[in-house]
Ligand binder design. Structure first.
Ligand code: SF4
Length: 332
């Protein structure tokens, strides 16, 4: 999912990055300037990146209910499926790296067996349910897709560098770290953030979605870019939201590469300030005109007002997968 094609790499290098050279990021919006305005956080109420960046609830009432009212929700079907597919992607990539370190240049046959052999943490833990059966096809499709891409990439590196050692092979063929744990405290965020992927050596932030495209998704990559800058004091200028969907039993992937420029950075900081304030001052932001049908707080906010609920546009609930990521729990 995370590996860009040759055309996409060329687009980033020749299409996006020249824009950045023409209009560099303002110094005060770099993450390493977290100790002064506008990045400095006024309140000590750390939030997850998904809470700041997620605008599924137009007023931010979901954050108020979770953080102030301490209301817990049960993840809906779409959220559980999204979580499961995220785990499969992360597990296949991690297992592939392990196989490369164990078998080195002889790892290809073992990697070929990944398509059927790897069981994700989710699969190991869960008892089979009707829901599992429904999403099992998608799990298999994702696992097969990822495995094929990994084998292709490893073979391509071995064809060029037949004497390469395991560490170099893993780095060149699979230059992505998945589920990267990051400490966001410098920016008033949780100490237990988890980015879907960070690619190297270009240090681009990757975020994987199995739901519909939303304009605010780029705020997630922006938040993690700011955190990386605050931790490592190196610029992080490129983000990519990866949209994976299923069509006729196949996986279709679209990658939204974007620059993490001033506008996105300002938007993220404004969202952070607004949401942290409503938590710190315990301000209920109220209901929006309409609520997405997939919102897990629907019964709380609109117990008798189902007429003002937005109709389903597709499997949008999978977009809410972030709401159940570890950072949500650990940030309290
Ligand atoms: S039900 Fe509506 S107001 Fe309540 S959290 Fe969800 S989107 Fe927000």
């Amino acid at each position: 999912m995370y590996f860009a094609s040759t055309e996409e790499q060329r687009w980033v290098q020749r299409g996006l990055l020249p824009d950045l050279r023409r209009q560099p990021v303002a110094e005060e919006l770099r993450g390493w300037n977290w100790d002064r305005p506008p990045l400095r956080s006024i309140y000590d109420r750390p939030l997850g990146v998904y809470e700041v960046a997620g605008k599924y609830c137009p007023t931010g009432r979901d954050v108020f209910l979770r953080r102030v009212q301490q209301l817990k929700t049960v993840p809906n079907v779409g959220m559980r499926e999204g979580q499961r597919l995220h785990r499969v992607v992360a597990d296949v990539l991690t297992e592939a790296k392990r196989l490369i370190y164990v078998h080195g240049q002889a790892s290809v046959p073992f990697l070929e067996a990944l398509a059927s052999g790897v069981r994700s943490r989710d699969e190991d833990d869960a008892r089979p349910t009707e829901e599992d059966d429904l999403s099992a096809t998608k799990v298999r499709a994702v696992r097969a897709f990822e495995s094929r891409r990994i084998v292709e990439r490893v073979e391509a590196v071995l064809a060029r560098q037949p004497h390469i050692q395991a560490d170099g092979l893993a780095m060149l063929a699979l230059p992505v770290s998945v589920e990267m744990k990051l400490d966001g405290r410098f920016l008033g965020l949780s100490e237990h953030l988890a980015a879907d992927g960070i690619s190297f050596p270009d240090t681009a932030v990757l975020d994987l979605k199995f739901g519909l495209r939303e304009p605010f998704h780029r705020l997630t990559t922006t938040g993690y870019a700011l955190v990386l800058e605050s931790l490592f004091e190196r610029p992080v200028d490129v983000g990519c939201v990866v949209y994976a969907r299923f069509m006729n039993g196949r996986i279709v992937v679209e990658r939204d590469f974007h620059l993490i420029g001033d506008e996105l950075r300002q938007m993220f900081v404004e969202e952070r300030d607004e949401k942290v304030r409503l938590v710190a001052e315990e301000l209920d932001p109220g209901l929006p005109a309409v609520c997405p049908r997939s919102c897990p707080y629907l019964r709380t906010c609109r117990p008798a007002d189902q007429g003002r609920v937005e109709p389903l546009r597709g499997p949008m609930s999978a977009n809410l997968v972030d709401a159940a990521q570890p950072e949500a729990v650990a940030a309290h």
